[in-house]
Ligand binder design. Structure first.
Ligand SMILES: Nc1ncnc2c1ncn2[C@@H]1O[C@H](COP(=O)(O)OP(=O)(O)O)[C@@H](O)[C@H]1O
Ligand SMILES: [Mg+2]
Length: 258
């Protein structure tokens, strides 16, 4: 469902003598099969969001190749939009001044979702994510947890095969977080939606992901099951300790610094 083959993305930053190249993602290769639920971990600045932007066609790679649902994301961005849903936890894709339900209508027009399919899908999502009490509320007045549920709904109205989430639980309280996890688990188990999840919350990873990939300095440092990830550290270490060790580079399998 997702194929990444030696993908890289660099940026040129600064001017004059301060000009330099930042390698946000280097020589990245992995595949994700249909129906997988994969966690994508890495410290701040590791290259996670850049990867997601390449997968969704927002950014073109400067080297290598990507395919999502068989499509080149940058060349076939419109076709891909029908197959993929994206949630950026740090910023909303909803219309700030409109009631939530009007944002959903606009998305229906943009994605040309059939009216009956849309109704059925929205009713289902609104029930699962408990949107009923704030459908008429302007997005700017929603709590963070409500806004995030709205964003997840917006990403799924066209029933995409792949859902990519960039920090969807950031800032959520424990109740909202549990509800979000529960929803994502069911979406993957019952609907077979392929999910790629970026998060700093290792509770999300433990509860949801069978497989974890770890990126640091733009390179993939680990790709395996949650159990294999734990096994990289001494017995009795928490997942936090194991991951922190991989990030700081004192454990095997860690990418070399740039
Ligand atoms: N548009 C951009 N211009 C310049 N540098 C960027 C840009 N986007 C990301 N970067 C740099 O690329 C690196 C990876 O960023 P990012 O993918 O956002 O990391 P993450 O999401 O893992 O925190 C960082 O060093 C960041 O500063
Ligand atoms: Mg990021």
């Amino acid at each position: 469902m997702i194929e990444v083959d030696r993908a890289g993305r660099s940026f040129t930053v600064g001017r004059g003598s301060a000009r330099r190249t930042v390698h946000a993602v280097r020589d990245l290769s992995f595949t994700v099969g249909a129906g997988e639920f994969v966690g994508y971990l890495g410290p701040n600045g590791a290259g996670k969001s850049t990867t997601i932007k390449m997968l969704t066609g927002v950014l073109a790679p400067t080297s290598g190749r990507l395919r999502v649902a068989g499509l080149d994301p940058t060349r076939r961005r419109t076709a891909l939009a029908r197959r993929i849903g994206v949630v950026f936890g740090q910023r909303t894709t909803l219309w700030w001044d409109l009631p939530l339900k009007d944002s959903f209508q606009l998305i229906r027009y943009l994605y040309k979702v059939d009216r009956i399919d849309f109704r059925r899908r929205l009713d289902e999502l609104a029930g699962l994510l408990d949107l009923g009490s704030f459908m008429d509320t302007p997005v700017r007045q929603l709590s963070l947890g409500q806004r995030m549920r709205g964003d997840v709904t917006a990403a799924l109205l066209h029933d995409p095969a792949v859902l990519v989430l960039d920090e969807p639980t950031i800032g959520l309280d424990v109740v909202s977080k549990a509800a979000m996890r529960d929803f994502l688990r069911r979406l993957n188990a019952e609907r077979g939606t392929t999910v790629l999840l970026t998060t700093h919350d290792l509770g999300d990873i433990e509860k949801l992901c069978r497989r974890v990939m770890l990126i640091d300095h733009g390179r993939l440092g680990f790709d395996g099951t949650l159990d294999e990830l734990r096994a990289t550290g001494p017995d009795g270490d928490s997942l936090e300790e194991v991951v922190a060790r991989l990030y700081t580079g004192s454990a095997p399998g860690t990418p070399a610094p740039p």
